[in-house]
Design a protein around this ligand. Structure first.
Ligand code: PLP
Length: 391
């Protein structure tokens, strides 16, 4: 008999009843150090007092009105995002997938309005993850994601990861945009070199092609800047955001320049829940905290500490680990044993990591993790590696 919850997930036998900062607690009191943050969602950890206050206050005042009316904290959050980024304008969604949908629509509409309706192709890359909608799976294009779900949305051209020559060769008079993650998350914590992003921006400029960045996982302070592309000193035309921006409340956004958004006029797009008062109250609190003086400096300091300790772990267990990769507090350990076995053994040692493609375990701790908890987490990973090595 089919389970009452559609069985699309492979779930670990863990069940949490409470979260406190970087800790997740089961009903029996077992305390796990959380290096997963619900896949980069709980950017400020669990039950951050400022987020609890923002959500409670809004919950007591007003939950939902629809986008038929003005929503003051949606306006406030858009203003904050515009102030702190390349963007001139923001549309709010409820998830990364919905942000992908709009990014693709916006890019195609841009060319349509320019009188070039044949410019519809989006160039994407191996190992990409952009969500599970028809556009999201078509963008990723992997057999695993699209098989059985045809007909697949047309107009995506799949290229090898970080291959500039392949981009150059693929750009044509039908290309609307290039879509890429500055740091691949699901794909195994693969970081684009700054030089690649710079060259890609230049290629897009030469050909008028729009550059869409998917910062759903790597954005909102994760790499030590508000957005990962800032390290390369470039800006996109369109950017997808979600995960960390809501700190655990479902919230996403598409940020764009005025030029790229030119086709998105009244009636061309919408969302029932997108930018609702609850989500935007929390989003405002998240941005205020991440942009507070010193916060990102702290992320970078802690990222340096975690990376250094993980390098030590790799050196101590060359039979288990190959290398550390990633940026900021978005780090991966490339494994020599099955990454899934390490994640599972981590549960025995009360430390949570997240598996990714390319046999990598991901570490995406809350940006608020303390140095003490970083040391404890790596000690637990050490015990985990020792356990797997002995097995
Ligand atoms: C998680 C993720 C998505 C999809 O986000 P959902 O909120 O699950 O729809 C898209 N792109 C990237 C890079 C992601 O990590």
């Amino acid at each position: 008999m089919i389970p009452s919850v559609l069985p699309t997930y492979s779930r670990a036998p863990l069940s949490f009843v409470k979260g406190e900062g970087s800790w997740l607690i089961e009903a029996d009191g077992r305390r796990f150090l959380d290096l997963g943050s619900g896949i980069a969602v709980n950017a400020l950890g669990h039950a951050h007092p400022a987020l609890v206050a923002a959500l409670s206050e809004q919950a007591n005042a007003l939950w939902h009105t629809s986008n038929l009316y003005q929503i003051p904290n949606q306006q406030a959050l858009a203003d904050k995002l515009v102030e702190h980024s390349f963007a001139d304008t923001v549309f709010f969604t409820n998830s990364g997938t919905e942000s992908c949908e709009l990014a693709v629509k916006m890019a195609r509409k841009y060319w349509y309005e320019k009188g070039q309706p044949d410019r519809t192709d989006i160039l994407t890359f191996d190992g990409a993850f952009h969500g599970r909608s028809s556009a999201g799976i078509a963008a990723a294009g992997s057999e695993k994601m699209v098989k059985g779900f045809g007909p697949i949305l047309q107009g995506f051209v799949h290229l090898p990861w970080a291959d500039l020559d392949a981009v150059r060769a693929a750009l044509s008079e039908t290309t609307a945009a290039v879509l890429i993650e500055p740091v691949q998350g699901e794909g195994g914590i693969r970081t684009l070199p700054d030089s690649f992003l710079k060259d890609l921006r230049a290629l897009c400029d030469e050909t008028g092609t729009l550059l869409i960045l998917d910062e759903v996982q790597c954005g909102i302070g994760r790499t030590g800047r508000l957005f990962a592309h800032e390290w390369a000193g470039i800006t996109p035309d369109i950017m997808m955001v979600a995960k960390g921006i809501g700190g655990g409340f479902p919230l996403g956004a598409v940020l764009a320049t005025e030029a790229a958004a030119a086709g998105m006029t009244v009636g061309t797009h919408g969302s029932t829940y997108g930018g609702n008062p609850l989500g935007c109250a929390v989003g405002c609190a998240v941005i205020d905290i991440v942009m507070a003086p010193g916060f990102l400096d702290g992320v970078n300091r802690k990222a340096g500490l975690l990376r250094q300790k993980l390098e030590g772990l790799v050196a101590a267990h060359p039979e288990i680990f190959e290398a550390v990769r990633g940026q900021g507090l978005m780090l991966g350990l490339k494994c020599k044993v099955a990454a899934a076995d390490l994640v599972k053994a981590g549960y025995d040692n009360l430390v949570i990591t997240v598996p990714a493609a390319d046999n990598v375990i991901r570490m995406l701790p809350p940006l608020t993790i303390t140095e003490e908890d970083i040391s404890e987490a790596v000690a637990r990973l050490e015990a985990t590696a020792t356990q797997v090595a002995a097995a």
